[in-house]
Design a protein around this ligand. Sequence first.
Ligand SMILES: Nc1nc2c(ncn2[C@@H]2O[C@H](COP(=O)(O)OP(=O)(O)OP(=O)(O)O)[C@@H](O)[C@H]2O)c(=O)[nH]1
Ligand SMILES: [Mg+2]
Length: 461
Amino acid sequence: MLSRQLDPIAAIATAPGRGAVGIVRVSSTQDLSGLVLALCGRALRPREASYLPFLSAQDEAIDHGLALLFPAPHSYTGEHVLELQAHGGPVVLQLLLARCLEAGAALGLRLRLAEPGEFTQRAYLNGKLDLAQAEAVSDLIDASTEAAARSASRALSGALSIEVGALRDGLINLRMLVEATLDFPEEDIDFLQQADALGRMARLREQLQAVLARTRQGALLREGIKVVLAGQPNVGKSSLLNALAGAELAIVTPIPGTTRDKVSQTIQIEGVPLHISDTAGLRETSDEVERIGVARSWDAIEDADVVLFLHDLTRVGQSDYEAEDRRINERLAGVDPARMLQIFNKADAPAASATVPADALTLSAKTGAGLNRLRQRLLQQVGWQSTPEGLFIARERHVQALRRTLAHLDQAHAVSTQNPPALDLLAEELRLAHDALGEITGAFSADELLGEIFSRFCIGK
Ligand SMILES: Nc1nc2c(ncn2[C@@H]2O[C@H](COP(=O)(O)OP(=O)(O)OP(=O)(O)O)[C@@H](O)[C@H]2O)c(=O)[nH]1
Ligand SMILES: [Mg+2]
């Protein structure tokens, strides 16, 4: 495994298809001068573009282009990197890549094709990027909105890593205190009090919560929100999907039971992706296809971040309609109320005069009235604070790691307030908090950490 990780790798670095320019990239821990000579016919000056022919084994030009050599460690991967910028046709790039592999084999270099993401993985392994930054590389490439691209770029330049680093320093200080106290147990309480351990912990907790809030915003921007439109047949679920998407995606008819299967579409509100699913109207039915559709509706409800429970204002007050809504409500009782929004549709219809609950929204999928309020409520429901400056993209994984850090810090706080505090438990909770935090950047393990504590801070005698 290790030797495979050290093998030189090569790949076409640009997107598949036709383009003006395409790049073949090679990364290697071993010196690349032999390969450069075979491919370019001469040596290259570091980090300088040279225009030259790329040579076949028979010394014929495969293409003419720019060659760039980045000697280690000043390269993307931290290894020696060779980039060949050729014309961007798929065949010429394949030929060039095959030629690299062939020349590598002739030189006994063990050059092989790179796995997806392997250049970035090497950048991480060589300390060029931390884990959060490596993830930001793929988020930047995948970004589908300007907001997502900007915030991925901020994460790539280390915005999240810097925040995590500051938290980590705070935790190291606390751990240092506690570890030192463990060595002198007779003075334990005094020492912790003198050093204001509780105060430090409270300030760190505040700082952590602020980072958590920003990270959650970043994760929302990346992952988006799953929204499900649910309710009885004919209340206007498909009409609402179409109105939100601004396109006729789902079939709308006055016939109850029109939608049989889930129809999904991703839209954006303030740069936040909303994955909206229209579902089959919820009712008992003997129709086999519709029954399966209804079962899928319930699955989608389970899985959603927000459930929009739609009602039909023109039918509110009708006893059979109300009975059916009650039945659905009973089944929805398991859904966290924080995930539910009650929507009363068809506000434009002449018969729509019913009073609705105070926290419900009234709208018309037909005229679009009330849609903006719905958009704002959806963002509010998931805790989106409109485009805070300096937002960095993040993942649910980062949010979960920060939550675990917070939970351990809270435990540590609880232990510290006991009289006398159980110092070994306190030390353990702080260690666990630290490990959880370390998962974000992948930068440190417990062993490394202790080494670091002792090298950075002179404690003990
Ligand atoms: N007046 C009025 N009619 C609406 C509105 N929204 C939907 N409708 C009508 O209500 C009927 C049902 O609309 P759909 O969007 O198909 O309803 P649905 O909830 O998807 O129905 P199923 O797919 O059968 O579950 C259609 O005739 C729509 O034109 C609205 O806001 N106002
Ligand atoms: Mg429908």
